[in-house]
Each structure stands twice: as C-alpha cells, then as structure tokens.
Design a protein around this ligand. Structure first.
Ligand SMILES: [Zn+2]
Ligand SMILES: [Zn+2]
Length: 331
C-alpha cells in the first residue's frame, strides 16, 4: 500500500480503564514530516500494556492504540526507505533540549512521549513513527522473534548495565525480559539465579534451559549470596527479598514501570553499601548497542504469537502467566 492510501485498517484500541480492548477500523495513518509509515509485521506485548490497561500508568488521551515493541516495514513513495525493516520501541519522542536530553539521559526527559501511550502504537495493521526513533532490526531475526527485543530486551539490557560487574545475578520474575537478560548475562560469564512465582515449574525449567545455574520460587533463599538482582515482577515485596539475597556492595535494580508498594524493612537490609535503584525507559543509544549485541550472543527469543483480534487474550495470558517467554501480536 502506498503512502496516503485511504483504505481502512484494523486496530485494537484502549478506550478507558476497566473497558476491554476493542477492535475497530481506522483510516491508515499518514506519515508527517520526519515520520515513517510502517506496515506492522509484529508487535510484542509487555507488562506495561497491562499497567496501562489497569490505569496504573495513565493514558492522557484515549482512545489509544497500544503496543510499543513494533517490527514494521516502511511503506513510502521514497525508494530510499521503502521496504526497510525497522523496530519502534517505547521511547517515541524527546525534546532534545532539557538537561536530561543534553546529558545522554533522554530516557528521563520530562516531555518524552512514549509509543502506545502518548503516540498510537503497533496493535494495528499500520502505524507511523518518528524516523529518529526507528532502528534497523538485525538480519536473521524473524519479525515475531525480533519484537520482544524492543522493550523486554532493551529495558533488560539497560537494567543489566546497572548491575556492574556482578557475577552472581538474580532475576526476580522470569518473563519476557528475564529470558533475554539471562542469555546476555550468561554470555558475559555471569551466573544467573532465576526466581519465579511459587509453583511455576514451567518457568523454572525454562530458566534452567536458558542456562540459569539455579531456579526456584521468589520466597526461596538462593544457594549463594547474589552480587546483584533485577526485579522484573511488579511486586514490591520482592525488592526486600532481593535485598536480603544480595551481598554487601550489591545492587537491586527495579526493572518495571510500576510496582506494588515496597514494604518497610530494617535498615540492616540496606546497610553494607547495598543499592536499590530503578531503571526507566531507554535511550536511543541503548537501542543501538543492544540491537548490535543481540545477534552476537546470540539472543534467541521464545514467542507465542496471537492474531490482532486476540490482543486482549494475549494480555490476560500474560497476567495469568500462561506462557513462557514473550507474547507477540501478528496483525
Ligand atoms: Zn514494555
Ligand atoms: Zn528532554
């Protein structure tokens, strides 16, 4: 389809908290200056989408097309870009002028706009994205397997970078992000300890298959003290559990955009130069680095595909932990 076509497309829209996602017909969007029209090939589902659906992260102006791990092919009248395969992540626009943008921390830009929250995302047949926030997808990744690299992979990579040189790494919550981080961490010679929901033996088996030296449930004490931990599960009590598991000098990184309250805990858990910090969003530099690194690991993503109309089901399956790895919508 050429740019500017008036054919309708299928899209899944968020209309408000407490309302189910709805399949609608929309006009194919038109790319403005500096934007690319993309035919969506795959769009990963992320826990952030659940937080948006539940109103834990608010969408200012619904209706909104969700989805921020987009793999698409450029449709343009310009032969220079037409047919190029690109990925679109959560970070959709930054101001470029504030102190964060000017110091390599555009992920913290207060005016940043995010794909699938402030800008229509990828749960549709077509989308438009600012060209400056589109990234080449490495060859060798099928569309569906590339999609989870764009948030699970990028946020996981940024979180892993905050763990310094820790060799014994705990991952709390073994979903889409952890299954990618585990592979990168292992390739760097780290030992991965995977923590799952109680009784989730499928996730524990999956973690061991990906090279975890130990897998158990999140209330268990690992056989060795950890040097760092990343908490991907949105459960604040796990921050305290992770602090108890890390040795002095260790870091606990909170990898999610939303989490339940962190219970109070004795200062002795933090004492010994332990650090607790969060990771927020991503920078374009993270995307460039990680997408270059992924094929060399090589990161292999495990995905379950859903048709566009089943986007709501994919999100409920994510909530219930009904699959291992990542869910991807294929329009
Ligand atoms: Zn995400
Ligand atoms: Zn800024």
């Amino acid at each position: 389809m050429a740019e500017g076509s008036r054919e309708p497309m299928q899209a899944i829209v968020f209309e408000g908290v407490g309302r189910p996602l709805r399949a609608v017909e929309r006009p194919v969007p038109q790319a403005g200056p500096g934007e690319l029209l993309l035919e969506v090939k795959a769009c990963g589902v992320c826990r952030t989408d659940l937080h948006l659906l539940d109103g834990e992260i608010s969408i200012e102006r619904p209706p909104r097309i969700l989805g921020h791990q987009i793999v698409g092919v450029v449709r343009s009248d310009s032969p220079a870009v037409d047919g190029r395969r690109v990925g679109v992540p959560w970070l959709g626009w930054t101001c470029g002028k504030c102190e964060y943008c000017r110091s390599g921390r555009e992920n913290l830009c207060r005016r940043a706009r995010f794909t699938g929250r402030d800008i229509d995302g990828g749960m549709a047949q077509y989308t438009v994205a600012d060209e400056r926030y589109c990234f080449a997808i490495p060859d060798g990744y099928p569309d569906t397997q590339a999609a989870p690299l764009l948030c699970a992979g990028l946020i996981g990579y940024r979180a892993l970078g905050m763990c310094g040189s820790a060799r014994r790494l705990g991952l709390y919550g073994f979903g889409a992000a952890a299954h990618i981080v585990a592979q990168v961490a292992r390739s760097q010679g780290r030992k991965v300890y995977a923590f799952t929901r109680a009784g989730d033996t499928a996730a524990q088996v999956f973690a061991r298959e990906l090279g975890a030296v130990w897998a158990g449930h999140s209330r268990q004490t690992p056989p060795q003290t950890l040097q760092a931990a990343i908490v991907f599960a949105p459960d604040g009590s796990l921050v305290v559990r992770a602090l108890e598991a890390v040795a002095p000098g260790g870091t606990v990184v909170c990898g999610g955009i939303h989490m339940s309250d962190i219970p109070s805990f004795p200062y002795s858990r933090l004492w010994g130069e332990r650090t607790v910090r969060s990771v927020a969003n991503l920078t374009r530099r993270d995307a460039e680095e990680f997408l270059a690194l992924a094929p060399s690991v090589p990161v292999r993503t495990h995905v379950r595909s859903y048709p566009l109309q089943a986007a709501g089901q994919a999100l409920e399956d994510l909530r219930a932990g009904r699959f291992t790895g990542a869910a991807v919508i294929v329009p």
